[in-house]
Design a protein around this ligand. Structure first.
Ligand SMILES: Cc1ncc(COP(=O)(O)O)c(C=O)c1O
Length: 401
């Protein structure tokens, strides 16, 4: 049996892999990956927003190697250096006062939901947005405003309700004295790359303050430099009470973080929450290398300049294909091209044939998540492939798309 056949035989069938078309990725370096036939691709999915520094960034690999040779794991019954140093770095570079480490985005959100309930002393209502995605564990799933993910798993956790993203009145109608928290992605990712409006986030902050509810920003996808700033909320200057992070944090290793304001964090006491692997030394050493790289002033300036070039290219692409592309959304290195027809899968397939890996978020949105280290030349190359695919799709539709 080849690997694909073994996968079909041995792995539980939860992932939509396309037989015959699914790549078997063997190696990665920077913005590039190679499949098992040795073919090279530009990777603009990056593990779905994980590889912010690209594949096998030298600083991350070095940190992992050094830490792996020293200590792979120790229980949270004891102190380990990388965990504490990473927490300090996160606190010094965010509005949070303390950190809890988990192993994934969903787990970071579970921790946030539990902390909001504990802090709320009996409050358990939570308001989230339609189109949101917060993860697959039962609490995070209950906060996810997309019915397709709920199907088959009801009854979900009690207390969650949904309002429309960027529609303050819709949230205002659901928040009251029983609300423990409002949970929002400042830039919705899986839902199709929708950016929050400043007035919406400010309004949510005011509503939460008025009713004594916590404001949770899920920055699992849009955090860690993805939008051009370390945390997306910095674009609007609206500070949440809790931030969750994962994906890009570990540079490719599994780690999640739930960060909270000091006073909110104090609601958790020993025994309230825990994770065997949370704060694992190797994952934390990798995350520290990622953060230190992202925080270097020269790196930040370069990323900002290339992000601007990339966004302008995408604007031009959308303007050149008005019959195909309805809208370019997003910021920094987190963008979506909304198509007028449900052709995102087809576009994804064609891009891959031409050596560019992109992701279809739903039927109509091409999601682009290049690493922050993608060179100008690589961004150019990607824009050219996208242009070529758009032209091919237009020709196929002969003006009818
Ligand atoms: C915004 C957001 N929150 C949470 C998650 C869940 O993260 P994980 O898959 O690491 O559990 C995701 C994953 O796509 C996400 O995009």
């Amino acid at each position: 049996m080849n690997l694909q056949e073994q996968e079909a035989r041995y792995i539980i069938n939860t992932y939509n892999r396309q037989p015959g078309k699914t790549l078997l990725i063997e190696r990665g370096e920077g913005a590039l990956v190679w499949d098992d036939t040795g073919r090279q691709y530009l990777d603009f999915v990056g593990g779905i927003a994980v590889n912010v520094l690209g594949h096998c960034h030298p600083a991350v690999v070095k940190a992992i190697k050094e830490q792996a040779a020293r200590l792979l794991h120790a229980s949270n019954l004891y102190y380990t250096g990388p965990q504490i140093e990473l927490a300090r770095l996160l606190v010094e570079n965010s509005c949070a006062g303390r950190v809890f480490f988990a192993n994934s985005g969903a787990e970071a959100n579970e921790a946030a939901i539990k902390l909001a309930r504990k802090y709320g002393r009996g409050r358990y209502k939570m308001v989230a947005a339609y189109r949101s995605f917060h993860g697959r564990t039962l609490g995070a799933l209950s906060a996810t405003g997309q019915q397709k993910y709920h199907k088959g798993f009801e009854p979900l956790v009690e207390g969650f309700s949904f309002a429309h993203f960027n529609d303050l009145a819709s949230f205002a109608g659901l928040i009251d004295e029983q609300t423990a928290a409002v949970m929002i992605e400042p830039v919705q990712g899986e839902g199709g790359v929708y950016v929050a409006e400043a007035a919406f986030l400010r309004g949510l902050r005011d509503l939460c303050d008025r009713y004594g509810a916590l404001l949770i920003f899920d920055e699992v996808q849009c955090g860690m430099g993805r939008t051009g700033k370390l945390w997306a909320y910095e674009h609007w200057g609206v500070e949440p009470d809790i931030i969750t992070a994962a994906k890009g944090l570990g540079g490719g290793l599994p780690i999640g973080a739930m960060m909270a304001r000091e006073e909110v964090a104090a609601a958790f006491q020993p025994g309230d929450h825990a994770s065997t692997f949370g704060g694992n030394p190797v994952a934390c050493a990798a995350a520290r290398a990622v953060l230190e790289t992202l925080l270097e002033p020269s790196f930040k300036a370069e990323v900002a300049a290339r992000a601007q070039i990339w966004n302008e290219k995408l604007e031009r692409l959308a303007a050149a294909h008005p019959d195909l592309i309805a809208e370019k959304r997003g910021m920094g290195f987190m963008n979506g091209l909304e198509l007028k027809e449900p052709l995102a899968q087809e576009a994804q397939r064609r891009c891959q044939e031409l050596g560019l890996i992109v992701n279809a978020a739903g039927e109509r949105v091409i999601r682009l998540l290049p690493p922050l280290i993608a060179t100008e030349q690589q961004l150019d190359q990607a824009a050219e492939i996208l242009d070529q695919v758009c032209r091919a799709l237009e020709e196929r539709g002969e003006g009818s798309i």
